[in-house]
Design a protein around this ligand. Structure first.
Ligand code: PEP
Ligand code: MN
Length: 382
């Protein structure tokens, strides 16, 4: 072949490439219009039957030289790129996205709020007895902390481990919350329990293991109560926001996001606190973001620096596990702070961060002055 002929053919190929690019861009623009129509009609972005129909049509018209498999492969990539355009567009349109609501969301309760000045949420991993929860409640009030969390239904890795007190735990939560004027938070693990938990506590927690449980997210959303949604242990930020979207789509915007560490290869902490998720979530969404330092670290000695890092990154609050006698706690005993350690933690974090109404600071509750070792006498053994 003469070199002029080769140059000529190459020029033709370049022209075809440019024409293909024009056609692809035209296709992309049409896809954006299809997306808008689908949004209006509430039709899913990806419809496998439609993709199959398009591929069949192409194969029927294929006259070579490319094999049917190659045509299928090439167009599959084009279809996928089109779905990607629609997905990127959709994530900008999420109801949890800042693009739809620029202001930070503040969730009000009777006389406190989440999402305004940073808050501390604390409590035992599991509710174990009235004495235990009462001691924690009183401790929180002494420090001007207004959010009590404790598990009544515990999602435990081992089916043989303590599963929580169930309904009794919720009843205790309600009573102690009222006694000390605290906003209460407890986890709901199953759609069948949503009503029961919502009747007893102010905020429904959805745990890390259930972040992908879409039925549960929707049921919790329907209650209209604030939902504290923990990040799934293997969830990307995008998946996490999509999970929050399930709650918000029920007409309930009151979602608090909670970064609690993700699974990595690192073994010196229970999970790896993904600090970058904090500014990213705050940037992408108007929802308050809190950081659970206890489940991220799984140990006590680095909670304060993690808390400082979280606040510096823009967190709206911290969650921490505390227990009157962590050594005897029925779950997560290694990561729960006792009251002295908790005080040191608060001091290291220079709490309180906002002016605290001194009326909120109750005098020390009797249970708190009971020495360690007399636990069973005071708390009873359940
Ligand atoms: C909890 O907060 O009690 C808990 C079980 O945490 P996570 O869902 O983050 O593991
Ligand atoms: Mn725990």
């Amino acid at each position: 072949m003469s070199s002029t002929r080769l140059t000529e053919l190459r020029q033709q190929i370049s022209n075809v490439n440019l024409a293909l690019l024009d056609l692809l861009s035209e296709r992309g623009r049409l896809v954006m219009q299809v997306f808008e129509e689908k949004q209006r009609a509430n039709i899913p972005i990806y419809v496998p039957e439609r993709e199959q129909e398009l591929l069949n049509e192409l194969i029927a018209h294929n006259t070579g030289p490319f094999s049917n498999d190659t045509i299928r492969y090439l167009f599959h990539e084009i279809l996928r790129a089109s779905t990607d355009i629609m997905e990127a567009q959709q994530s900008k349109c999420l109801q949890v996205s800042r693009a739809t609501h620029a202001e930070d969301l503040v969730i009000p309760f009777a006389d406190v709020a989440l999402g305004a000045a940073p808050s501390i949420i604390a409590g035992p991993c599991a509710i174990e007895s009235e004495g235990q929860l009462d001691a924690v409640g009183a401790c929180l009030r002494r420090h001007g902390i207004r959010f009590l969390r404790g598990g009544a239904f515990k999602p435990r890795t081992s089916p043989y481990a303590f599963q929580g007190l169930g309904k009794l735990g919720l009843e205790l939560m309600k009573e102690i919350g009222q006694r000390h004027g605290l906003v209460t938070i407890s986890e709901v693990t199953d759609t069948r329990l949503v009503e029961l938990v919502a009747e007893h506590v102010d905020v429904l927690q959805i745990g890390s293991r259930n972040m992908f449980n879409y039925d549960l997210l929707m049921e919790a959303g329907k209650t209209g109560k604030p939902v504290l949604l923990k990040r799934g242990l293997c969830a990307t930020i995008e998946e996490y926001l999509q999970a929050a979207e399930y709650v918000v789509l029920q007409g309930n915007r009151q979602v608090v996001l909670c970064e609690r560490g993700i699974r990595t290869y690192e073994r010196s902490t229970r999970n790896t606190l993904d600090i970058s998720s904090v500014p990213l979530l705050r940037q992408m969404s108007y929802l308050p973001v809190i950081v659970d330092v206890s489940h991220a670290a799984g140990r006590k000695d680095i909670l304060a620096p993690l808390g400082r890092a979280a606040l510096a990154a823009g967190a709206n609050g911290l969650m921490v596990e505390i227990h009157p006698f962590p050594a005897t706690a029925r779950s997560d005993s290694r990561q729960q702070l006792d009251f002295t350690e908790f005080e040191a933690f608060l001091k290291e974090l220079a709490w309180p961060w906002a002016a605290v109404d001194s009326d909120l600071l109750f005098p020390a509750h009797a249970v708190n002055v009971i020495e360690k070792g007399r636990r069973d006498e005071v708390f009873g053994s359940l």
